[in-house]
Design a protein around this ligand. Structure first.
Ligand SMILES: *[C@@H]1O[C@H](CO)[C@@H](O)[C@H](O)[C@H]1NC(C)=O
Ligand SMILES: *[C@@H]1O[C@H](CO)[C@@H](O)[C@H](O)[C@H]1NC(C)=O
Ligand SMILES: *[C@@H]1O[C@H](CO)[C@@H](O)[C@H](O)[C@H]1NC(C)=O
Ligand SMILES: *[C@@H]1O[C@H](CO)[C@@H](O)[C@H](O)[C@H]1NC(C)=O
Ligand SMILES: *[C@@H]1O[C@H](CO)[C@@H](O)[C@H](O)[C@H]1NC(C)=O
Ligand SMILES: *[C@@H]1O[C@H](CO)[C@@H](O)[C@H](O)[C@H]1NC(C)=O
Length: 692
């Protein structure tokens, strides 16, 4: 036996950073932690730390603190053998650990933490995402060989989370295979347990390799309840590899929590010993008021008062002259950036840092000085004080939207008439650049295009139906779809258009949107609906398939309006003729047909004829059959579907602008459509990209 082990050790790849522990009955107990490098164990409190994780002097291990967008991990420093070398079956294992989650705002937690068993300590997870376990490209991939038990304090609809206080069993993915709301059992039955309540919780994870049964148990006490919270039959043999690292991972997002570990025990092929919570280090409690302290306070009271008064006056001037902060804004604390920080990040809003300008203002590239994270900063001017509170509240709630196909809003800053919005930086720019650039630098392949269409569809479905309340995007178009490092489409600028609809004068409603994407009813009623988003999405699909804009002023008259042109080819049975010629015939025919049909269906002039985003997602996924297209989408009391006539007649100047050579990217002019709609914020500048 020992010879076999020695042989295994010799056969291990040299790149393995830590020694593989072969002892089959390994057991360890941490009753306090000390950070350390890979494997360099001194005493027995050392763990390998990663990200911002830190072992405090008290012996408490802090994975993250209350700063947003952090990542912290801690692992047992050596790899462990988790399966039988002869038959490859997973061993039984058992672990107990004590943790606490202290959110910055008691009701709104950070992301949570996960106990994990992974083939490497260097997981690909990024801060602010997926508990630091995965990144957008490896999530869900069976090659991850990653097992995790998540203690999740955010409800993420993308992964079907049951609530914002749950425990889940995750295998290679964030979508839990089994989950339960935080709770524990004792002699009296079941009790709810708030994971983010800030108090110490003990968790046990026990796997029985023979019975292939995984149990997860929680309790706020030292002894283990007899009844587990989750008892889930699963065979971990295909997941666990020969050498695996065991530890914890955690991340914070826009909302942050401190994630702490106080103790941890582990045993292979046996039962881990439960932790005695009273013997572990604990978080300092809020100090009780000491009478001598009160007396001392009154003696120094006057001095303190003076300092406070001077401070107050100073603050008053500072606020007056710098960022505008009103008391109600403080409740959105973590989202707020200081103007100074953003100024530094964008090198003083230098034109050289300009990424472009969209309908709502200039967009700058920036690097946040505190963590060197790249961001895009959008500077929106807004003179009206009315509505801004409502708007900031909306921004704050938008900041809680999380979906892999949305551009994440990180926060904002307000200064005089300016509102600065900070977004994740998308290295590949906007979709329109790839579709319309002539000659193109990069041609998007069909599979990339179809993935973008499906991604944006799922983001819109999330906004319309899967979030707490309905969010209407109001300005879906190719230039609002940004591409991340992996060329996934992400929808940006959601909710912004709303700000501009509430003009200074509430009795006038302006239509905000973009020529060619505006549903016909919008130009009449001025009211945005989920159906008008569907309409704009239809226009975007056709753009992506055909590689041209919804309205191409320079085209032949019969090709002027994209929907009409595509419809005529559809009817004539020559729909493949509309596909972007830059693809040179390299596409999947049935996917193109599906995309075109969905695009046409969404473009129906009558809102009632359009599908919902849920239907759209089903059609695109091939989960539902598409209805037949019987009549042309434009057949609606003689008007074209884009409200084009309305524009041409009431706003010849917008149209001319759109077609003039100096803004050849025309068609993107966000034009007020109601005749008296020219208010202080319009006309919105036509989009043009500043090449760097
Ligand atoms: C640390 O030492 C204690 C007592 O000596 C022992 O019981 C425990 O297993 C050790 N822990 C580790 C991680 O080696
Ligand atoms: C949290 O940790 C980060 C990185 O260690 C540090 O920059 C930041 O100041 C800390 N925040 C707080 C609130 O302690
Ligand atoms: C590994 O599996 C073989 C064959 O099933 C068995 O004989 C052996 O005892 C197992 N070893 C351990 C350590 O479980
Ligand atoms: C995910 O990680 C892999 C490997 O480190 C990397 O190549 C890829 O770009 C990452 N994806 C994202 C979206 O960060
Ligand atoms: C899973 O990961 C492997 C290796 O990293 C990669 O080759 C494969 O394409 C990925 N599969 C999917 C579905 O992303
Ligand atoms: C898991 O829980 C069940 C009760 O639901 C119990 O019968 C079983 O022994 C437990 N297994 C382990 C490994 O703790």
């Amino acid at each position: 036996m020992s010879e076999a082990r020695l042989l295994l050790l010799l056969l291990l790849p040299l790149s393995l950073s830590a020694v593989l522990v072969l002892a089959q009955d390994i057991e360890f107990v941490y009753t306090g932690f000390r950070g350390g490098g890979g494997g360099a164990s001194n005493g027995n409190t050392s763990v390998s730390l990663n990200g911002v994780a830190e072992a405090e002097n008290s012996g408490i291990l802090r994975l993250t603190n209350e700063t947003s967008r952090l990542l912290g991990r801690a692992f047992y420093p050596a790899g462990l053998r988790f399966r039988n070398a002869t038959d490859g079956s997973a061993f039984s294992f058992s672990t107990a650990f004590a943790f606490a989650i202290v959110p910055e705002y008691p009701k709104l937690g950070g992301h949570g933490l996960a106990f994990t068993i992974a083939p490497t300590m260097a997981l690909r997870g990024l801060p602010s995402q997926y508990l630091g376990l995965f990144n957008a490209s490896d999530i869900g991939n069976s090659t991850n060989h990653l097992f995790a038990v998540e203690f999740d304090t955010v409800q993420d609809f993308e992964f079907g989370d049951i609530n914002d206080n749950h425990v889940g069993v995750n295998i290679n993915d964030m979508r839990s295979k089994a989950a339960a709301a935080g709770a524990y059992y004792d002699g009296d039955g079941k009790h709810d347990l708030n994971l983010k309540g800030g108090s110490t919780i003990q968790a046990w994870v026990d796997y029985d390799g023979a019975a292939k049964l995984l149990n997860v148990t929680l309790s706020p006490f030292s002894s283990k309840p007899t009844q587990p919270l989750i008892s889930f039959p699963v065979d971990l043999s295909p997941i666990l590899l020969d050498s695996m690292f065991v530890g914890f991972s955690s991340s914070t997002g826009l909302l942050a929590s401190s994630h702490y570990l106080f103790g941890w025990s582990f045993k292979m092929n046996g039962v881990a010993q439960s932790l005695d919570l009273s013997a572990l280090p604990s978080l300092p409690q809020a100090k009780k008021k000491d009478p001598t302290f009160t007396i001392a306070t009154s003696v120094t009271g006057f001095v303190l008062f003076l300092i406070a008064a001077i401070g107050g006056v100073y603050l008053f001037y500072k606020i007056k002259n710098a960022d505008v902060i009103e008391p109600w804004e403080l409740q959105y604390g973590p989202h707020r950036f200081s103007y100074k920080e953003l100024k530094k990040a964008t090198k003083g809003f230098r034109d050289r840092e300009l990424l472009g300008f969209g309908g709502f203002g200039k967009v700058y590239k920036g690097v946040l000085p505190r963590n060197k994270v790249e961001v895009a900063v959008k500077r929106v001017s807004h003179e009206s004080r009315q509505g801004i509170r409502e708007f900031v509240a909306e921004i704050a709630s938008i900041g809680r939207l999380r979906h892999r196909n949305l551009v994440q809003l990180q926060g904002w800053c307000r200064r005089r008439g300016d509102l600065l919005l900070v977004y994740d930086y998308m290295p590949n720019g906007s979709l329109d650049r790839y579709l319309f650039e002539d000659p193109p630098k990069v041609v998007l392949s069909w599979s990339q295009r179809f993935r973008i269409i499906r991604g944006v569809a799922s983001a819109l479905l999330y906004l319309h139906e899967e979030w707490e309340h309905v969010v209407i995007h109001r300005d879906v178009k190719a230039s609002n779809v940004l591409l991340d490092a992996d060329m996934n489409g992400r929808l940006g600028d959601f909710g912004l258009a709303k700000l501009y609809e509430h003009g200074a004068n509430p009795s006038t409603t302006r239509v905000v949107g973009t020529l060619g994407y505006l549903a016909p009813e919008m130009t009449r009623t001025g009211k945005a609906t989920t159906s008008s988003d569907v309409f704009a999405f239809g226009a975007m699909i056709l753009e992506v398939v055909c590689g041209r804009r919804p309205i191409e002023p320079k085209a032949q008259p019969e090709e002027l309006i994209l929907v009409d042109w595509v419809w005529s080819h559809w009817e004539a049975g020559s729909v493949l003729d509309v596909v972007d010629h830059r693809l040179a015939g390299d596409y999947v025919k049935h996917e193109v047909e599906t995309a075109v049909r969905v695009g046409l269906l969404c473009s129906y002039a009558a809102a009632s004829a359009r599908p919902t985003m849920r239907d759209v997602v089903r059609f695109l996924d091939g989960d539902a059959a598409l209805p037949e297209l019987s009549s042309p989408p434009t057949d609606y009391d003689g008007k074209s579907p884009v409200g084009f006539d309305d524009f041409v007649h009431s706003y010849p100047s917008s149209f001319e602008k759109a077609s003039s050579p100096s803004t050849a990217r025309g068609g993107e002019t966000a034009a007020p459509a109601v005749p008296d709609g020219r208010g202080p914020y319009s006309p919105l500048s036509p989009f043009s990209r500043v090449s760097s």
